[in-house]
Design a protein around this ligand. Sequence first.
Ligand code: BGC
Length: 389
Amino acid sequence: MRISFPEGFLWGAAGSAHQTEGNNVASDFWALENRPGLLPERSGDACDGYHRWREDLDIVRDLGLGAYRFSIEWARVEPVEGEFSLAALAHYRRLIEGCLDRGLTPVVTLHHFTSPLWFQKAGGWRALEATDRFRRYVRAVLPILGGVEWVCTINEPNMLAMMANMLKGTERKENVAGAMPPPDREVADALVAAHQAAREELAAAGLKSGWTVANQNFQAAGGATAERDEWAWSREDRFLDIAAEDDFIGVQAYTRVLIGRDGALPVPDGTRRTLTGWEFYPWALGGAVRHTAERVPGVPILVTENGIATADDGERVEYTTGALESLHAAMADGADVRGYLHWSLLDNYEWGSWRPTFGLVAVDRRTFARTVKPSARWLGGVARAGGLS
Ligand code: BGC
């Protein structure tokens, strides 16, 4: 074995509700994607994961992976303010039990980008009542979380806060792959408060929790270290620091962003890119883990997302090999990493488009038939062997 990972290291794949389930009609993103002309494509039936989850869990198990990350959809659980759907909660309980029955560790996210439309219409994260509303949702979900050891409260709050600014449309749009406008301060503060409220509720019920941060690997170009640090603070570091009190932190890394004296630099012409336009940079994962371990020493790390949008499945193996090598090196240098969850299990809806395919498994958009790609079998082999040979 060339590199081996510790005994008990979690190997898995990930997805999110809106991107896989289909017909998430009570959510804010559904409203957005169905506004004529705004986004290239709609989620529609997505991967019909709401009905085909058993098949998906079977695939994860049969590959030899040991964990599955998915999210609970707030808009399904509380489609109308204060009215909770017992059937939706029962659905997600079946999903959790479906994992446990197959020997898979469920990694459950409570909020993955989407909110109920009523919540958005009532002011979204900027409303005074936002934290209480989120707390009430978390309380409703608590009874179905028995047996779950990894609860992610909010997925990529930093990205959510940056998207809030993009949607306002008042911020300068930066045409830089991987780089986004600065986070909306109000939304960022609200997400911190919501996370803390959720953590409080979960801890009182004996559940461990953390949140997942979009790690953007900000690297100083031409000695612009101070500028890089300033850039990183509002976009990433303040969200990492909050995790100092948490049971774990989720690292999500795909690429890097170079920061010069005047901010983010465009990806240079001729650079190898992925289908999302990001620089092909597998070592982002090691860098993200090192940075996270430095900011919140002692907090266990779970890689909750890492992967590549590519139509070339061989490239997925190449990318993931580099990512795992860089992860292993960071662990050898002391980072406490408990597992690696590949993004994504399925070729799922990439927030406005179906073109960037991140999946280990292809999905026929008409029949919903799943086809396991060679990269999935390769990752399953890595998981079974506990490392790369
Ligand atoms: C998100 C996923 C998304 C992925 C690739 C992350 O920002 O959590 O929902 O599909 O990156 O863009």
